[in-house]
Ligand binder design. Sequence first.
Ligand code: ZN
Length: 134
Amino acid sequence: MAKTPNIIKSIIACKCPKCREGNLFINKQAFKYQNFLDVHDNCLKCNQDFQIEAGFYLGAMFVTYGLTIALTVAIFVAFIVLNIYSLVPFLITTGITLTLTTPIILRISRSIWISMTVKYTPNSIENYAKKNKS
Ligand SMILES: [Zn+2]
């Protein structure tokens, strides 16, 4: 039996939550800004529906909010550890970091959101291939 793919790795790599092999996004690179958030209609490997309902990915904004706050707190803690107690450098660093990481955070948020909804199913690719043959 094949080894179960790691959920954290598949979320970060933006893979299908059902088979953890097919790509969630049409565009593989986060920093190609044209259509960087476009999701396939179905998984190319296991046929999992990625457009579960209209506005499904609006819920991902809550995940985006959480990740953004976590990153801001991490920067804040780093400033405390480095003994920097000044607001302006903190705001500039946070602003630049959040601006640069926005495409990655948005994509990972969508990946987390669909992973919270769709369960991993071993052999989903084989099952889809069998259905297509018969
Ligand atoms: Zn899949």
